[in-house]
Design a protein around this ligand. Structure first.
Ligand code: PGA
Length: 254
């Protein structure tokens, strides 16, 4: 299985011309670009090799994809805009917008029903990691259990569920200077998540990514481990030269 690299642009860049410039420069196979909603269609129109992902989805609405929900975007709309993937449960949304595991669970259900492949983000905050590895695992298990409630089993194909392990304290915008991520720590947690998905949720073979301050400088140390199936890259995905390096290193280690 090839390693896959996601570029999560978050609320960037500020202009369409900039968005197209970055997209064209980073349009490679086994890459998925996740721009903000207004740029989805134009970016899709310029991509030849990379896939397209959205950064969020709304859980309500009619089966047809419409509804009276001001400001929201449905899975049907995302599909029609050319997205194949959707990021759900990012820690910024959990933290800043108060998204709960219950909301995330509903979003995963509608995304799968709309035929989107889900990138579910999970990961412990700094105060939990400071208590140790076991506390972090308990936290991650609890998130997975709630987020995937009544979802998994024979109905979900492994390829439609990707999990991104993103410790909140390792993400560039919410870093905790007292903690340092190590490849061993990441591998441990990713093994744990894979085992859990297999034993508890009966889904074998889902890709598990790592995310949190991934750069061209540190990617090799992380991605060379067979357990790590790819990366979810934030800040560095907006810098074409650096993102291209990340993609090349992932390919070399794939
Ligand atoms: P970062 O973001 O690479 O800038 O740390 C990752 C993410 O938030 O998904």
């Amino acid at each position: 299985m090839r390693k896959i690299i996601f570029g999560n642009w978050k609320m960037n860049p500020l202009s369409l011309s900039e968005a197209l410039k970055i997209a064209k420069a980073t349009d490679f196979k086994n890459v998925v670009i996740c721009p903000p909603f207004p740029f989805l269609i134009p970016v899709k129109n310029h991509l030849r090799k990379a896939g397209l992902g959205a950064q969020d989805i709304f859980w309500g609405g009619l089966p047809t994809g419409g509804g009276a929900y001001t400001g929201e975007v449905s899975g049907v709309m995302l599909k029609k805009s050319g997205a194949s993937f959707v990021i759900i449960g990012h820690s910024e949304r959990r933290r800043v917008l108060g998204e709960t595991d219950e909301i995330i669970n509903k979003k995963i259900k509608v995304a799968l029903a709309a035929g989107l492949r889900v990138v579910l983000c999970i990961g412990e905050p700094a105060e939990v990691r400071k208590k140790g590895e076991t506390a972090a695992k308990i936290f991650v298990k609890s998130q997975l259990t709630k987020d995937l409630k009544n979802i998994l089993g024979r109905r979900v194909r492994a390829q439609n569920l990707i999990v991104a392990y993103e410790p909140v304290w390792a993400i560039s915008t919410s870093r905790d200077p007292k903690l340092t991520e190590t490849p061993e720590m990441i591998v441990q947690m990713i093994r744990f998540i894979k085992n859990l998905l297999g034993s508890k949720f009966k889904v074998q073979g889902s890709r598990i990514l790592y995310g949190g301050s991934v750069t061209a400088e540190n990617i090799e140390r992380i991605i060379k481990h067979k357990e790590i199936d790819g990366a979810l890259v934030g800040g560095a995905s907006l810098k074409p030269v650096e993102f291209k390096k990340i993609i090349q290193i992932a390919k070399k280690n794939g």
